[in-house]
Design a protein around this ligand. Sequence first.
Ligand code: C2E
Ligand code: MG
Ligand code: MG
Length: 701
Amino acid sequence: MLDPNGVSDAVAFLREAQHTAEARFHKLCDEADAMSIQGYLHDGTVVYWNCASEKIYGYSAQEAVGRNLLDLIIPQAAWPEVRASVRQMFETGQGVPAGRLTLQHKDGHLVSVYSSHTVVSLPGHPKVMFCMDADMSELAQAETELRIAATAFESQQGMLITDAQDRILRVNRAFTQSTGYTAEELVGQSPEVLHSGHHEADFFADMWRTLQAQGTWQGEIWHRRKNGEVYTDWATINAVHNPQGEVTHYVHTLTDITQRKQAEAQITRLAFYDALTHLPNRRLLQDRVHQAITARQRHRHCAALLFIDVDDFKGLNDTLGHEMGDLLLQQLAERLQNHVRDSDTAARFGGDKFTVMLDDLTDDLTVAAADAERTARKLLSVLAEPYALREQSYRSAVSIGITLFHGPHASVDELIRQAEMAMYAAKAAGRNKVRFFDVQMQAEVSHRVALVNSLRDGLKQAQLRLFCQPQVSHTGHLIGAEALVRWLHPDKGMVSPAEFIPVAESSGLILPLGIWVLAEACRQLVDWSARFAQSDFTLAVNVSALQFAQPDFVEQVRVVLADTGADPRRLKLELTESMLVSGVDDVIAKMSALQKLGVGFSLDDFGTGYSSLSYLQRLPLNQLKIDQSFVAGLLDDHSSAVIVQTIIALGQSLGLTVIAEGVETEAQRQMLARLGCEAFQGYLLGRPMPIADFEARYLTP
Ligand code: C2E
Ligand code: MG
Ligand code: MG
């Protein structure tokens, strides 16, 4: 039997328990912190609204209860859909599957929630639908950020993420495309797979030090693609730290700047290097000279600027064409480059003008000058070696001017001007020479300009005269004369050709002057043949290389001969080896054409030039003229004697007569005769003299 008290106790206990459970449940629902719980009737009327709902949706329970779901938290666009699913839930008694919803806060902003639903139906009570919403706004925000980050990660730049141990975790598409590796090949590896071997170990040690100290590093890195190609990346590496300040990752951002660097290099090349020779151009030279001047503030070493000009480059261009001229400049530039030290700068100044800056001479000015001169002489000989222009072997020479600087006070332009002036002095001294700048040089250059002007006037105003110097055979007979021009200057009197011929050559005045001398000599020959019995000797006329190189030179001579009526067999043209610059074939063609007319040829100043035997053999010459320097050295300088002997032997073997010039003493004459020389010219036999004197002394009517 049951104890009635016991039964009532049990009922009371059960009631109590039910009550407690309900209370617990209420408290739980009400106070669930992050979970909004709402209860609705079938028409959407709110019957339950916990505290968290206020947090998420902004309405207090007081505001919400009794109002409609749609008016409270459903964005209007979603009303039809929500109505339909509410209806469905009440009909079926089942909640729709849980999922993400976007609902609306009291202030209008949208709220992302994860929502589950359930329909509770108790006997004797209306059905209630409960919604339980978890706020997902923060998560949604994080997702958005992730999406942005992922898009950013797939940018144009290569990106690489490594962990704290420098193992690759992720790479983006730009990176795999640039390197040629797939993501699978890279993940788990160290970025060292990309190393090109172009950096010293120090480079990476420095990089790590900076990364550790500053958390970031930027710079250029040479990387190697999977196909072996080396390229340049501009890299930024940033360390990622956790809240405890420990490095968890490194983010590498890489931009392939190879093309940009190539473009930069190309621009530099165009701006600072000469396109034809690839040497530094004038601008870069000026910059280097400027640096050198500035450096003199720090140390006392001397520097030198050499100014180099190709002798008769214009002649080459005019006769063989610009293409050959370009070839010569290129080869010359290459030789320059190969024969200066790395610390020196060879540059193309423009046209056929080059410069070399010697940057590191000693601080002793005299020694430095000697060093600079030695370098210049070396260049002189290196640049005089034959050039191969297409199939043609071609010889050229240069003149070099030098200026030294040792203080920080010079200006770039001033130094260049000084070196250039010195170069002109070298040219005036007879080409293929080296000259230094000094203060007097300025005056000399001004003098030169004045000289050209007054020579031009002199030509117009008939101030030129022909002098004649006898040429005598070893038997003592007069065999000819050399016509030597003189300038009878109104103020200065007789000016020597040694002074004005180089100026005439570099100014081009040599052309009208040469024609005048030729015509004058021919007129003289005609005059003599009419007036004197023994007029069967030859008159030698000097022809400058520039004059000979004129395309119509043969025609000029023909016209002069025709106009004057002179006998071509009495005319002998004295050429020098420098005429060979216009190409041996051209020289042979012209000489042969003139030879057909009867004109003879003597090779003047023989032995001082640089023609080779193979050329000589091919030239239709009549005579070799031993240069006076060998005659002067004949008696006391063994090598001169050997050279004279060789020239005589050479002349004999080629069937040419040999004449010695500058014979001043009887001893020289005898020595020359003993060596086999057949003819002599020099003060011993007669000085150059005015025509009237020459006629009076040597010619008999
Ligand atoms: P060159 O053709 O070699 O002429 C010889 C030079 O030596 C002449 O000098 C002459 O006066 C000089 N001389 C002759 N005998 C002796 C001697 O025994 N001892 C010494 N020390 N010198 C002697 P010049 O007349 O002053 O002419 C110098 C140069 O000027 C010539 O050298 C020639 O290259 C050039 N020249 C002279 N006249 C003409 C000309 O009409 N046309 C051209 N293109 N050049 C000319
Ligand atoms: Mg001569
Ligand atoms: Mg001579």
